[in-house]
Design a protein around this ligand. Structure first.
Ligand code: NAD
Length: 512
């Protein structure tokens, strides 16, 4: 195996990054075909290392391991406290490794290190949270029926579950699925995004170190159309939890139909942020800027459409221009960097193309400046599309980069109509100090999640997900464990001698 050295910038020492293998049945292994693909760093566009490219035959192995572990292994039958010790151990090992995981995440994705550190800490909490949640909340109900029966429910794990994840916040999003899936007693096959395999590999190493029984957790790296599709089509996989693009979600639903799988879909967004003229404009400005330019704009809940009341529009736009000019663009490993490079060249070209489309559609484009010394990276500067109209392509399609469209409105009704005139419905933000209006607008905007006078801070207990083309189902809190990762089973118990029809009996007893 050939390890490579990547020099990634002023703030970082060169490091050797091991090539990445699949993790199947408790073993790290190459793909059966021997195939690998190159993993590229978006800051320098240099090869970091090689990744084993899993295909259908590798996926079959991983699914068999997960099935055996579910049906015959100790995972499903061990005491709940023992299972939660494993889950909490994973959280502790993540905490011990935060610096390194954040480094790998920034190296792989170009996300600024100050942001990947926070996300990594959050990933550890995902495990602790679900350990607590399953131990304290995952219980059934009982239904006494007169004095004749008691019916009660128990929540059972599903079996081997396929988790398919994107590259935009990889470690956070993987653990957000792996933690509830394992805590509820399922076994897992994770297919991470091909553009960001490093921290998924680190998760495999952590889970291996935590000593989970063989086959409980497996990772098959590879491409969506091969490895991902094989996972979706396999009859032994009982459910697919997917986060990614809306078009991919639709393909996955189609491909899972033949094997009647349960699916959970967390998809794209084009979320509105509405600022009324009575809002706290300084805070609204902070939130609007953070909401689109953090995570390099590659954020599903990004406020990519900002609606400004006409009375405050000019003032707000001037403040936006100043912020955009001052956002610190640079090496993702520099703790002071606020905006890093986009994940890969193709995506970079796509985002730049949208900025050209915006010009053709009549927007005035205002951008920050990418420093000359980082020009090898996939940098798109923070970008404002001024004078945008909601029916333009740049306001209807998910760009998934640091690009904010600014749209003027006059009335509350108009703001609501415009906010809803889009296929997506993931998040929404409203800024106003009028209490009644805040609630009216929050109720009316079509989104799975709506924040009033806040950026998208989130408690792990709340339901996370979108409506319209942004998703089906909810992750988070008890929603994940009751509605997706387990299913209820009802047990009917007779506690009296209820009437049973006596078909075929010669002498019938007295009927009620
Ligand atoms: P993507 O859909 O291209 O890929 C996501 C995953 O699906 C990858 O692992 C990929 O290999 C796999 N995949 C692709 N084709 C497949 C197929 N035919 N069968 C099975 N698997 C397949 O998405 P992306 O570009 O990695 O991520 C960005 C998208 O994710 C954006 O649209 C963003 O809004 C969305 N996203 C949504 C949320 C949310 O919670 N709603 C969170 C983060 C990202």
């Amino acid at each position: 195996m050939q390890n490579q050295t990547v020099s990634i910038g002023i703030q970082t020492k060169s490091k050797h990054i091991d090539d990445v293998k699949l993790y199947i049945n408790g073993k790290f292994m190459g793909a059966l075909s021997g195939a690998t693909f190159e993993n590229i760093n978006p800051f320098k566009n240099e090869v970091i290392n090689k990744i084993a490219e899993g295909r259908e035959e590798d996926m079959k192995l991983a699914i068999k391991a997960a099935k055996d572990a579910f049906e015959r292994g100790p995972w499903g039958t061990m005491k709940i406290e023992e299972r939660m010790k494993y889950i909490n151990r994973i959280a502790d090992l993540i905490d011990e490794d935060i610096e390194e995981i954040a480094y790998l995440e920034s190296l792989d994705t170009g996300l600024p290190i100050s942001q990947t550190k926070k996300m990594t800490a959050r990933a550890a909490e995902n495990f602790r949270f679900y350990a607590r949640m399953v131990q304290t909340k995952l219980h059934g109900e009982s239904f006494p029926v007169d004095d004749e029966f008691i019916n009660y429910t128990v929540y059972k794990p599903l079996g081997p579950i396929g988790l398919i994840t994107p590259w935009n916040a990889p470690f956070m999003l993987e653990t957000w699925k792996v933690a509830p899936a394992l805590a509820t007693g399922n076994t897992v096959i994770l297919k991470p995004a091909e553009l960001s395999p490093l921290t998924a590999d680190r998760l495999a190493k952590i889970i291996d170190k935590a000593g989970l029984p063989e086959g409980v957790f497996n990772i098959v790296h590879g491409f969506g159309e091969t490895a991902g599709a094989a996972l979706v089509a396999h009859p032994d996989v009982k459910a697919i939890s997917f986060t990614g693009e809306t078009t991919t979600g639709s393909i996955i639903i189609k491909n899972s139909a033949d094997t009647l799988k349960k699916t959970s879909m967390e998809l794209g967004g084009k979320s509105p942020l509405i600022v009324f003229d009575d809002a706290d404009l300084d805070r609204a400005l902070d939130a609007a800027v953070w909401g689109i330019f953090s995570f390099n704009g590659e954020r599903c809940t990004a406020n990519s459409r900002v609606f400004l009341h006409k009375n405050i529009k000019d003032q707000f736009v001037e403040a936006l221009k100043e912020r955009v000019a001052n956002i610190k663009i640079g090496d993702p490993m520099d703790p002071s960097t606020q905006l890093g490079p986009l994940i890969e060249k193709d995506h970079f070209n796509k985002v730049k193309q949208y900025i050209e489309i915006a010009k053709e559609e009549g927007c005035k484009v205002v951008q920050g400046i990418v420093p000359e010394e980082v020009s090898a990276g996939n940098f798109v500067p923070p970008t404002l599309l001024l004078n945008a109209k909601n029916d333009m392509r740049v306001c209807q399609e998910e760009i998934f980069g640091p690009v904010m469209a600014v749209i003027e409105f006059e009335t509350e009704e108009e703001a609501i109509v415009l906010a809803n005139d889009v296929r997506y419905g993931l998040a929404g933000y409203v800024w106003t100090n009028d209490l009644k209006r805040a609630h009216r607008v929050a109720q009316a905007v079509e989104a799975g999640m709506l924040w009033i006078n806040a950026q998208n801070v989130r408690d792990l207990r709340i339901p996370f997900g979108g409506t319209k083309d942004s998703g089906i189902g909810r992750e988070g809190g008890h929603y994940a464990i009751f509605e997706f990762y387990t299913e209820p089973k009802v047990i009917h118990v007779a506690i009296g001698d209820h009437y049973i029809p006596q078909f075929g009996k010669k002498k019938l007893s007295e009927q009620p």
